[in-house]
Design a protein around this ligand. Structure first.
Ligand code: ATP
Ligand code: MG
Length: 138
């Protein structure tokens, strides 16, 4: 078993899709072992997406990620990182497979409803960026 980090993004919390998204996550065998609803500050969002700071869409991405509350979560399961990336679907919902969260709910390439870590190393970094050890309860 390992862990990954997940965000339910502003477009989804705004449309009351938290439960629907978490149902897909749980139905696919992942367990939510930490969870909180927060409003990202500009600084926190910029730090989280710092790898994209030189991209043309960075400013818009930060505005979007701070526009509404988000749900940050730790997920546990077998091959959690890869498994959750598969459940999420492609970044651009037009390319996402049927049955994935992004195919079902994402509005466009930016407002794509969910984030998931892209490697075990980044999962560890991202989990620590949002959670203390005593907030993660398997
Ligand atoms: P995430 O990191 O949020 O899980 P991802 O790994 O599928 O998504 P990244 O390339 O890391 O995709 O992009 C991070 C986020 O930036 C995307 O999820 C999306 O919200 C936004 N984004 C990516 N590409 C674009 C783009 N071309 N135009 C606008 N927004 C974009
Ligand atoms: Mg990414």
């Amino acid at each position: 078993m390992d862990k990954t980090f997940s965000i339910i993004k502003p477009d989804a919390t705004k449309r009351n899709l938290t439960g629907a998204i978490n149902k897909i996550i749980e139905d696919n065998g992942l367990r939510i072992i930490a969870q909180k609803r927060i409003k990202l500050t500009k600084e926190k969002a910029e730090g989280f997406y710092s790898i994209h700071s030189d991209k043309s869409f960075f400013g818009e991405l930060i505005e979007y990620m701070t526009s509404e509350p988000v749900i940050v979560q730790v997920l546990e399961g077998v091959n959690a990182v890869e498994s959750y990336r598969n459940i999420m679907g492609a970044t651009n919902p037009e390319n996402a497979n049927i049955g994935t969260i992004r195919k079902e709910f994402a509005l466009n390439i930016q407002e794509n409803s969910v984030h998931g870590s892209d490697s075990k190393e980044n999962a560890d970094i991202e989990i620590k960026y949002f959670f203390n050890n005593d907030e993660i309860v398997g």
